[in-house]
Design a protein around this ligand. Structure first.
Ligand SMILES: [Zn+2]
Length: 80
């Protein structure tokens, strides 16, 4: 994962852009469009980056990642 993704994820957490809805469901603000937000679980995300990953890398056994999934990881670490 790129350093840029991690930096974006940290910013989302620090700015309060991550809201826990249920045990494994979070609402995360889009970093490019503040009007937009995505519903994210610990391994899926609604954002275009996540969806495109599977479109382009389908069947290669890779796990998609995006700044939102990373933000949840950081969020969980902090709240432990
Ligand atoms: Zn995402």
């Amino acid at each position: 994962m790129s350093a840029n993704t991690i930096r974006k994820a940290k910013k989302l957490v620090e700015s309060g852009g991550v809201v826990k809805i249920e045990e494994d469901l979070f609402q995360i603000k889009s970093s490019s469009d503040p009007e937009k937000s995505y519903f994210v679980t610990s391994d899926t995300c609604e954002c275009p980056g996540f969806k495109n990953f599977y479109k382009f890398h389908h069947g290669k056994g890779l796990k998609a990642n995006c700044s939102h999934l990373e933000a949840i990881r950081i969020f969980k670490e902090k709240s432990d």
